[in-house]
Design a protein around this ligand. Structure first.
Ligand code: 5GP
Length: 113
């Protein structure tokens, strides 16, 4: 299977504005931001979609929320933020490497588009 664009970012083969990294995950600025703050948070393990998460992966997926809490504190996102996961074509998932969108800096509406 060929590498996704996010795997290239993990491997430092294409540039990205990385804002957070630890042993299990990495977070970087989205190249087409949908809000003043728009980060992509991904596990270092290449898992294509939420449907491909295995029980053994669940701690690493849960870890992403801990990373988001840390990042939100670092960035002072005191007004709140939105976390989004797109899974599959109906949700518009473009990159087949599980990722959380962290969006902040404006008011969000509900339901999402
Ligand atoms: P999805 O639609 O799969 O949930 O979201 C993929 C996200 O990755 C999109 O918001 C898109 O702007 C972002 N993205 C796609 N290619 C790149 C890239 O090369 N670099 C960065 N930083 N973000 C990307």
């Amino acid at each position: 299977m060929s590498k996704t664009i996010f795997q290239h970012i993990i491997d430092r083969e294409i540039p990205a504005k990385i804002v957070y990294e630890d042993d299990q995950c990495i977070a970087f600025e989205d190249i087409h931001p949908a809000a003043p703050t728009h980060l992509i948070v991904i596990p270092k393990k290449a898992i294509p979609t939420v449907n491909d998460v295995e029980p053994a992966d669940e701690p690493a997926i849960g870890h992403l929320l801990g990373a988001i809490r840390t990042i939100a504190k670092q960035l002072g996102l005191d007004g709140g933020y939105r976390v989004v996961i797109n899974c599959g074509p109906d949700a518009g998932q473009e990159v087949m490497h599980v990722h959380l969108h962290l969006l902040a800096g404006r008011k969000f509406t509900w339901p999402p588009g």
